[in-house]
Structures are given as C-alpha cells and as structure tokens.
Design a protein around this ligand. Sequence first.
Ligand code: FE2
Length: 301
Amino acid sequence: MRPLRKPQAGSYVITYSISSWEPELSPETREELLEDLEGGRVIYFPELAFSFSEEEKAFFSPYWSTEKAKNISFDPVHGQLKGTEAAGSRRELLASLLGRFASQTQRLIRRLFPSYESGLEQGRTSFRPVEIQGRAMSVRKDDSRLHADAFPSRPTQGKRILRVFSNVNPEGKPRKWRMGEPFAEYARRLLPRARPPAWLEPWLLEKMGITRGRRTLYDHYMLALHDLGKEDEGYQKQGTREAFDFPAGTTWICFTDQVIHAADAGQYLLEQTFLVSPQVLRYPDNSPLGILQTLLGKPLV
Ligand SMILES: [Fe+2]
C-alpha cells in the first residue's frame, strides 16, 4: 500500500492522499495526523473535493452574498442562513448545500481525530463567493496580512479554532496562501508589545454586548497578537516563510489560531469551523494557550 502521508522538506503543508470524506485510517496514520495538526502544520488533501449538483452550480456567483457580509454563513445547529438575500427555494437549496458541507466535514473530523470527540463543537459553515484579491478593508480585517485567527466578538475562552477549507472554484482558480513563522516565535516577538486588559474591560465588553461571553486573558492576548501583527508593516513585508496555492478541487485543515497565515487570492471557498476544547489536545503545551501561559507565567483561562 502506498503511504498516505507525504511531507515535503521545509514545508508547513503535509499532503495526505485521502479521497473520501469518511476515510478508513490505521491507528498509526491517525497518530501522524494528530502530531502534524497539533504541531502547527496544514493537513492537505489534494484528492478530496467537495462536489456541487447541477442545480447548485447557480451559486457560483458573487451575486448571492450581500454587499456588507461578503461571506454567506450557516449555523448548522439551528439551520440559520445569514449574509444572503436568496429567498424561497433558492434559499433552501443554499442552506442544504452548506448543511451538506457541515455534515461531511463533521464526519471527516471524527474519522481523522476520534480523540477529539468529547471536546468537539461545530461552529459556523461559510461560503465565500467573493474574490479576495484587491478587496478593500481595514488593516485589522485584512486577511491578506499574516495573522493567527482570534475572534473579537466571540471569545473562545481557550478553545482551539480548527477549520476545514475546500476550494470549490469552478474555473480552476487556486486559493493563494502564505504562511509565517511558527506560533511560538510569533508570540515571543509580539507579546512584549501587548498591554494587559484595563480593569473591568472584559466585564464591560460583555455587559455592552460587544463580546458574546467573557473575553478571557487568553482571548485578550490572542486578539492583541492578531492586531499587533497585522499592523506591523515591517513584519508584513518580511514575515512570509512559505507560499502555497491550494488548487481548485482540494481540501485542507489546520488550527488557524496557530498557523500564521494570509490569503491573497481566490474565489469560491467553503469553510467549516470547529472549536476544540483544550482538555482533549494530545500536546497542550504546544497550543497557543500553552505557549502564552508559559511566556506570561500564569493561567489565562
Ligand atoms: Fe485567518
């Protein structure tokens, strides 16, 4: 049998030749996947494509997203669709498309990382039909700048952000990513410039409805690193360690709170977010929470 795992020297991206959303994996392969994922690698499946039905191909148009939202998002738990003005049967079809991606990615993650089962929570599903190249936005929202993900209004309170991406571009356009330094280097470099939260700040943010739930010290520092890194022009010019183009018809997974990434170009992407509780991690010291707690010398959640 040919090996499933194909690392490339010096690359963050580890290729696995898996072509099913419900793969049968040996315990050895599952162990390798876990090590790669928690080691801050991008797990790349060049042979795993998400397919659209003929009817669903009508959604290959930026027309379906609202001017303000850019992304169409779906809450798989409540079946709610946001960021689109699609109505009637079109809306139902779009919801069922996103719901199918949500259930396929959930089955995939369960097969790849069964040890996460008890600490796994499914977040939003999103469809990104707008070309990202040349999109005007504020520095902090600009994802073509290197960053690790941190949510300003939805604190994760120590939970990890695990994301599954499928490039579904019908014209064969790649999704262009760049990746930066390992998370520990990023944290060591930026943390001295991060100020602690003001007294009562997390409480006020929650009270005023700016955050949904309490912004813990972990959320505070992750957001500070995100903003300081995006605002650092010198770092943005020189920080790229690797560029990688994900071709159309491929899928990839990573902890986006750990992999320093930037997306430069691409259109038509499906993305599913999962939150992973720190209790189920195999290598918690290697997680952003573990690294930040060591650097600051105190518990952050
Ligand atoms: Fe991101």
